[in-house]
Design a protein around this ligand. Structure first.
Ligand SMILES: NC(=O)c1ccc[n+]([C@@H]2O[C@H](COP(=O)([O-])OP(=O)(O)OC[C@H]3O[C@@H](n4cnc5c(N)ncnc54)[C@H](O)[C@@H]3O)[C@@H](O)[C@H]2O)c1
Length: 254
């Protein structure tokens, strides 16, 4: 890869106010991209955009709820209004469940986790795809999870939502391969972010999942996820489409 593999590209990153999304936004800006840093948390989005600008990069903050169709429509307008195009989309915003097993998860929590993690990924993709088609190409990187390919790495709702993200990734990759649009997913292993900070764990689910989660060799820095996303977003991955890439230090190889 060149030093600035995203030179002059426009990258829209959701969940960019914290953790993996923030690391992606910063890495993409350092790689030459103009960044739309989206988050439901205005302060987080603004902090990421300001830090990029302080470092000499170009970024705008966009406050949006990926689970809300009108909010996502406004997000697409903000991105196009700021930079005129979207070359890279990272669907990264996500929330955890409580690790609750299928019999125990409250229906409202199931619906909220599916809405943010899966429908949110769909809504932003759905809003951005027409612009990528008009431009003649683009690269979409979805943040799934090891829970997108395994049954015992999270609670029922999160697991189902991330399996859905993997399926949507393959659907988009297949549907638009002839249009120059690639769509891939990363599967982060345990990563040092804020995602678990406010989670209240279901005792039975946490006890059942504990042995699997303990297999992780070490927690990753969010920058390791950004490294993989940058590769997938860039032309270095120009023939990589529909890939579901574990980024977990070998955890899922066990
Ligand atoms: N941290 C891990 O161990 C891990 C492992 C596997 C997958 N992931 C995935 O990585 C992604 C990023 O999570 P993270 O670990 O960086 O967590 P994080 O909580 O640090 O960051 C997530 C960001 O998403 C934002 N967000 C949440 N709901 C949103 C919504 N409806 N609309 C817009 N923004 C919203 C939050 O405000 C937050 O800034 C998630 O999809 C998560 O499922 C994380």
């Amino acid at each position: 890869m060149t030093a600035t593999p995203l030179h002059d590209r426009v990258a829209l990153v959701t969940g960019a106010g914290s953790g993996i999304g923030r690391a992606m936004a910063v890495a993409f800006a350092a790689a030459g991209a103009r960044v739309v840093a989206c988050d439901i948390d205005a302060a987080g989005a603004e902090r990421t955009a300001a830090d990029i600008a302080d470092g000499g990069g170009s970024a705008v903050a966009a406050v949006a709820d990926v689970a809300d169709e009108a909010s996502v429509a406004a997000l697409a307008e903000t991105a196009l209004g700021a930079y005129g195009r979207v070359d890279v989309l990272c669907n990264n915003a996500g929330i955890m469940d409580t690790m609750a097993l299928p019999a125990d998860i409250p229906v409202e929590l199931w619906e909220r986790v599916l809405r943010v993690n899966l429908t949110g990924t769909f809504l932003v993709t759905h809003a951005v795809l027409p612009h990528m088609l008009r431009q003649g190409g683009g690269s979409i990187v979805n943040t799934a999870s090891e829970a997108g390919i395994r049954g015992g790495a999270a609670g029922a709702a999160y697991t189902a939502s991330k399996h859905g993200v993997v399926g949507l990734t393959r659907s988009v990759a297949w549907a638009y391969a002839k249009d120059g649009i690639r769509c891939n997913a990363i599967l982060p292993g345990p990563t040092m972010t804020n995602i678990a900070a406010n989670a209240v764990f279901d005792a039975a689910g946490a006890a059942r999942l504990g042995p699997v989660l303990a297999l992780g060799e070490r927690m990753a820095e969010p920058e390791r996820m950004a490294d993989a996303a940058l590769f997938l977003a860039s032309d270095a991955a120009s023939f990589v489409n529909g890939a579901i890439l574990p980024v977990d230090g070998g955890w899922s190889a066990a």
